[in-house]
Ligand binder design. Structure first.
Ligand code: CUA
Length: 143
């Protein structure tokens, strides 16, 4: 009887925690950085346009730049960002957004961003990656 109660309590708490996690991710519109496995680590950066305001960008981080560099998109675009690294671990932060990812060789990180306001969004590497680290940056120009 006691075991049963304990088990029930544990399962209930597990449910609550899971519920809160889903709530945090969906309800509060927080981007949860993920390592996804259905996208293979790629070896070149590219921009794919799916619709007038739907983009997919594959960012390849390497010593000491990001590929592609200086992407231009129209305001109001939703962008799926996939990120991987060709060499060591790099950081990836887009100014003015909550996107903060790690580029880890062999894995692909993902984030979705909607760029409503026109402007220049600077992207910087925030993980020390060698002598060229402080100059490792690119940008997304929203017009
Ligand atoms: Cu790449 Cu620091």
């Amino acid at each position: 009887r006691a075991e049963r109660t304990a088990l029930f309590t544990a399962v209930t708490f597990l449910g609550i925690f899971f519920g809160l996690l889903v709530y945090a991710a969906k309800g509060m519109n927080v981007d949860v950085p993920t390592c996804i496995t259905d996208v293979k680590p790629f070896t070149e950066g590219k921009v794919i346009q799916h619709a007038p305001n739907r983009y997919e960008i594959h960012y390849l981080a390497r010593m000491w730049y990001f590929e592609p560099s200086d992407v231009e998109i129209p305001a109001g675009s939703t962008v799926d960002i996939y990120l991987t690294s060709a060499d060591v671990i790099h950081g990836f932060h887009i100014d003015g957004t909550n996107v903060n990812l790690m580029a880890i060789p062999g894995t692909v990180a993902y984030a979705r961003v909607k760029f409503d306001k026109p402007g220049v969004y600077h992207i910087v590497c925030h993980e020390y990656c060698g002598i060229g680290h402080q100059d490792m940056a690119t940008k997304i120009v929203v017009k």
